[in-house]
Write a new protein. Structure first.
Length: 169
């Protein structure tokens, strides 16, 4: 048993298994996005159009910058939520609805970022994007799996809404 009082087990499971599991999912998805960005940066350095590296063309450079920006925001958000977990006297305990909303937001945003980054990588790399040796196709499958752990994106959004104004009646 994990509880010492009746009903405590459900609260602990909600906070530590589901809540922190979603936070761990956010970290994994952010790492996945970072790996894809590194692959596409390497690819676009070596690939040229009319003698100029692909990544030095403004449209492609803008796409890479957008990928980087989203990854950085994702990383900062899940790290901030992780820090809040270490300060329950200030922010609340992991099983509280507003904290579950933060964990769900972190995972949801990281999943959206991973989706955008892998899709953009596929666009930038063309047919090489789904070639096995570059692994982008693997990351595209992996992000979808991580997105569905412990409830999918709709469950995340439901928990976020309930964290804002309480459970539905």
């Amino acid at each position: 048993r994990i509880d010492t009082e009746p009903g405590q087990g459900a609260k602990l499971t909600k906070g530590y298994v589901i809540g922190l599991g979603r936070l761990a999912g956010a970290a994994r998805l952010t790492g996945l996005s970072q790996a894809v960005l590194e692959i596409v940066l390497d690819y676009t350095k070596k690939r040229e159009i009319a003698g100029t590296p692909v990544r030095e063309r403004s449209m492609f450079a803008g796409m890479l910058a957008e990928m980087f920006r989203a990854i950085e925001l994702s990383r900062q958000y899940y790290l901030a939520a992780t820090w809040m977990v270490t300060k329950p006297e200030i922010y609340g305990y992991p099983w509280e609805q507003h904290m579950l909303a933060r964990f769900s937001s972190a995972r949801s945003f990281a999943a959206d970022t991973a989706e955008m980054v892998t899709n953009r990588a596929m666009e930038l790399m063309g047919s090489y994007g789904y070639a096995y040796e570059f692994h982008v196709e693997k990351y595209m499958r992996d992000f979808k799996i991580c997105k569905l752990w412990l409830g999918g994106p709709q469950r995340d959004r439901l928990d976020i809404a309930q964290g804002l104004y309480g459970p539905f009646k």
